[in-house]
Design a protein around this ligand. Structure first.
Ligand code: SAM
Length: 211
């Protein structure tokens, strides 16, 4: 998501009670942040956060952390967040490369990747959030039976991921090239991008991976 930089967005984020500022100091102590031992699910590249805020409303027994690297994008999410009364969700303005410094081994039970930037040029493949390099980062923080769930409209990125994820030593346990017309659609929560692309008639791909 490319948004024009919004002046003052960093300051707004610094002031927000919904954003954890010193995330690396919480490594291994996220249960203290939430005040309970519920499982932690994260979304990497949450954009404006529709998906993760909807999940937090539906599942009070799960703790959610939404991660977005651009302050101007996260600010949009915070505007929506201020309308909700929730105690099971926090946001981080961080790059996914830092995840292993933010979460201890096994501290996260599920990672959602939704409509991640495709980085179509071969020389940028390492930046894709389903690259072998990123899967190695997720490997460091996920619990032994934890899962990565990935949705995209981009068939090139999806086909790449069907190869890169097993190459990183993971199993793809479920996948579909047309989520909304598949059994995997049950309980699906749409993201902002998913609503846009599916309204244009584009099929949505989804996979679930575990080690
Ligand atoms: N997940 C949302 C959705 O489905 O509507 C937003 C999708 S948008 C195409 C991808 C988002 O991921 C952008 O807001 C981008 O800034 C964020 N992003 C990309 N790479 C990231 C990274 N390495 N760390 C954190 N956020 C990242």
């Amino acid at each position: 998501m490319r948004l024009r930089h919004i002046p003052g967005s960093e300051e707004e984020i610094l002031k927000s009670p919904h954003v954890v500022q010193d995330a690396k100091e919480k490594r291994g102590r996220w249960s203290e942040v939430f005040g309970n031992d519920h499982p932690i699910h994260i979304e990497v590249g949450m954009g404006k956060g529709r998906f993760i805020m909807e999940l937090a409303q539906r599942n009070p027994q799960i703790n959610y952390v939404g991660i977005e690297r651009y302050s101007s994008v996260l600010l949009r999410g915070l505007q929506k967040r201020s309308e909700l009364v929730l105690s099971n969700i926090y946001f981080l303005c961080e790059d996914a490369r830092e995840l292993a410094e933010i979460f201890a081994p096994g501290e996260v039970e599920k990672i959602y990747l939704n409509f991640s930037d495709p980085w179509p040029k071969d020389r940028h493949a390492k930046r894709r959030l389903t690259s072998e390099a990123f899967m190695a980062v997720y490997d460091q923080i996920l619990s032994p039976d934890g899962t990565v769930e990935f949705k995209t409209d981009n068939r090139g990125l999806f086909d790449y991921s069907l190869e890169s994820i097993p190459a990183a030593g993971w199993k793809i346990v479920e996948h579909t090239f047309d989520l909304h017309n598949s059994p995997m659609a049950e309980g699906n929560v749409m993201t902002e991008y998913e609503m846009k692309f599916s309204s244009e008639g584009k099929p949505i791909c989804k996979l679930v991976a575990r080690r």
